[in-house]
Design a protein around this ligand. Structure first.
Ligand SMILES: [Mn+2]
Length: 344
């Protein structure tokens, strides 16, 4: 299997990153708060390659990786920023590698270190402003940061280890929704094919990534489904969970991941929402569109951000108030989208 060549601009940017990393002797790799499979898989593959090349490589994340993804870290040095032991690698680092985000505010205290040491940035979100460090690549044509790390490692002209292949497969699989979302490009499949050829066990990886739920998570899902509501005026469904939801069910905050898919999946809905009461006057909102409505505008209006189909915002409102404000902002957009769909 051969993977189609990467676009020339990407090859050029990754070559600059490769040169910068070749000169590094002590690298701290990081990703955004609430690390996901793409961030973790990308860090693991790159850290493994750096270690093989004789550099020091330590993973330091602004918050703890979810339990379901920790197996990917294997025996790599991996710490959380608040861990006192993280001070040593951070102070010793001559390079910070930032993966899967370009937003300084999602990196905890890491931007401070990156400004001191310089480093590299590899991300697939649409670029906003100037990058935190250069050389940088912010290439939204890539399905995942894992695709960019695959391309970077392929410049070395040496094979991937099975652990590297597994990490990259996990990265691409999680960010493409197991090869189901619309970012699942032919290239995503071609890279996956190459990764499988190195011996990745997809069945075992699938079960580790998606196949095991704790009792707390199932209890949270039940609570969420019991509370699913549909707007009587527009095809919008939502789940609102108050700040006691986790303690009542024994779930962890990363068990919230994916709950927004339930309202989005309800037949006939254009938009699905998840509201999480975090504290009095603090509610986190996830917005998902099935394609007709661009939800990023409403998220931005309220101070958040994201993509047309997936956005988020933290609002300084109580849970009930947040539901009302977001629905009021969304309804006209959804009604307009429904009307234009009927005209087609
Ligand atoms: Mn990603």
């Amino acid at each position: 299997m051969t993977v189609s060549p990467m676009p020339p601009a990407r090859a050029k940017a990754l070559e600059a990153i490769r040169r910068r990393l070749r000169d590094a002797s002590s690298v701290v790799l990081t990703t955004h708060v609430n690390p996901d499979g793409d961030g973790i898989g990308s860090m693991v593959a790159l850290a493994s390659r750096l270690l093989r090349h004789g550099a020091e490589a330590t993973i330091v994340t602004p918050s703890r990786p979810p339990a379901s993804l920790r197996f990917l870290l294997r025996d790599l040095p991996a710490l959380v920023e608040e861990d006192p032991a993280a001070a040593d690698p951070l102070n010793a680092a001559d390079t910070i590698a930032v993966l899967d985000t370009a937003e300084p505010k999602r990196l905890g205290g890491l931007p401070e270190h990156a400004e001191r040491t310089g480093g590299v940035l590899i991300d697939h979100h649409p670029p906003v402003g100037s990058p935190l460090v250069t050389p940088a690549i912010r290439d939204p044509a890539a399905c995942a940061t894992g695709e960019l790390v695959y391309d970077l490692l392929s410049l070395d002209d040496e094979g991937l280890t099975r652990a590297e292949a597994e990490a990259l497969y996990a990265a691409i699989s999680t960010d493409t929704g197991s090869f189901r979302f619309s970012n699942t490009s032919p290239r995503a499949h071609a890279i996956a094919c190459v990764l499988l050829e190195t011996g990745v066990d997809t069945g075992a990886l699938y079960r580790a990534l998606y196949g095991v739920y704790s009792r707390g998570r199932l209890a949270l899902m039940r609570l969420a489904l019991e509370g699913l509501e549909v707007d009587p005026r527009a095809p919008i469904a939502w789940i609102a969970l108050d700040r006691r939801a986790l303690s009542r069910t024994g779930a962890r905050s990363d068990d919230m991941e994916g709950l927004v898919e339930f309202p989005r999946r309800l037949a006939g809905m254009e938009v699905g929402l998840l509201f999480r009461g975090l504290a009095r006057n603090r509610t986190k909102v996830s917005l998902r569109s099935n394609g007709e409505v661009d939800v990023s505008g409403v998220a931005q209006l309220l101070g958040g951000g994201g993509h047309a189909k997936a956005s988020g915002v933290l609002v300084e409102l109580d849970l009930d108030e947040a539901v009302r404000v977001v629905l009021d902002a969304l309804r006209p957009l959804v009604e307009a989208a429904v009307a234009s769909k009927e005209d087609r």
